[in-house]
Design a protein around this ligand. Structure first.
Ligand code: ZN
Ligand code: ZN
Length: 362
């Protein structure tokens, strides 16, 4: 058989399988399959064997697309999928390991639906299943050059849409109308929203994930907007605040503290620092300004094919950040019935520190 050429990501995943003493893995999550093969398909099953064999399974509808996107990849009908455990055993897998008693070990994703997991168990009888979801997430956390280019383009478009949206915002508009302005621009200029746009007028911003409602903006209250356009499959994520001239002294004080926390974390973001230590930079600064309790969520999250992915930049997270990771830095302070401020940027970790991907004024 002609040797397959495979993506560096697949090569890395196969190395992980070997390290974890797995004979194979079955990948079904749409984003994981796309990250490994480039194929975007909502009915996919990728069988990856530790010996380097990779087979993509899907149904009739998607076969031509799979051939076009990944001509190097063998494709099969998903309805006929069955894991050949005896072949894996014969290939020196399970049986070859000391103490393995011929057991074939198969990686699976723990975010599978119960129905899919049951079907998988039936298709690979007598196999031992081992969760590899976090391994896949760790591989995806470090972006390829192509992904970095796409994430930069999505972040740049998000900046452009924010600029345009502000010109369309007028006093008298409701939160819902303002969110619609952004949504329409995202559909017109990109591939739509990466998540439902958040617009909060005044004290509504104290709810960090407030759903836009009929609250009217009078032009004098601050507005918090959390928005992300999707472009070529990749997400962006940014939060900005409209700070009117008449904003209260308390609002300005909180805004300054959140901005300082955002800037301090950006200055500290570099490969080698743990995600937890980076979170702490912002958290400690806000605590010193008396806003420790007002910052109830984590500092950030990875962004890629999905809006929330690895790395989680949160308290006590020991994961060391690596060059090539793209994540948000979004400290906030929320005072119930009073105000809320969050300032969120996307950064790309570079060997020497980080590059800011969000360029809107803050
Ligand atoms: Zn956001
Ligand atoms: Zn975010």
């Amino acid at each position: 058989m002609k040797k397959q050429t495979i993506t560096p990501r697949l090569e890395e995943f196969i190395r992980t399988l070997k390290k974890r003493r797995l004979d194979a893995a079955i990948v079904r999550d749409q984003a994981n399959v796309r990250a490994l093969t480039g194929i975007d398909c909502d009915n996919a099953l990728l069988a990856v064997c530790a010996d380097g064999t990779v087979v993509f399974h899907t149904d009739f509808r998607y076969i031509p697309m799979a051939h076009r996107v990944a001509p190097w990849l063998k494709t099969k009908d998903i309805k006929k999928f069955k894991l050949d455990t005896s072949r894996l055993r014969a290939a020196g897998g399970g049986a070859g390991r000391p103490g393995a008693k011929g057991e074939v070990r198969v990686g699976y994703e723990s975010n599978l639906t119960v129905a899919k997991f049951e079907a998988l168990k039936k298709s690979a009888k007598k196999a031992k299943f081992v969760d590899v979801l976090s391994d896949l997430h760790a591989i995806r956390a470090v972006k390829t050059d192509d992904e970095i280019a796409k994430l930069k383009a999505a972040a740049a478009l998000n900046d452009e849409i924010w600029e345009k949206a502000q010109r369309e915002f007028k006093p008298g508009m409701t939160e819902r109308q303002m969110a619609r302005v952004i949504r329409h621009l995202m559909i017109e200029l990109g591939d739509g929203e990466a998540f439902e746009t958040i617009v909060c007028v005044g004290a509504n911003a104290a709810e960090c994930h407030h759903v836009p409602d009929d609250t009217v903006w009078d032009g004098r209250l601050p507005v918090l907007v959390d928005m992300g356009v999707r472009l070529n499959g990749y997400c962006s994520d940014m939060t900005r605040n409209i700070v009117p001239r008449g904003a209260s002294a308390r609002y300005r004080e909180v805004y300054k503290a959140v901005l300082d926390a955002n800037l301090a974390a950006i200055a500290a973001a570099k490969p080698g620092i743990s995600a937890g230590a980076l979170d702490k930079v912002a958290r400690d600064l806000l605590a010193k300004r008396g806003l420790g309790k007002a910052f109830g969520h984590s500092l950030g999250h990875g962004v890629g094919l999905e809006i929330h992915e690895a790395p989680m930049v949160a308290k006590r997270q020991k994961t060391a950040l690596k060059a090539g990771m793209v994540h948000s830095i979004e400290p906030g302070a929320y005072l119930e019935n009073e105000l809320g401020v969050r300032i969120e940027d996307l950064v790309l970790l570079t060997p020497g520190g980080c590059e800011l991907l969000s360029h809107s004024a803050k």
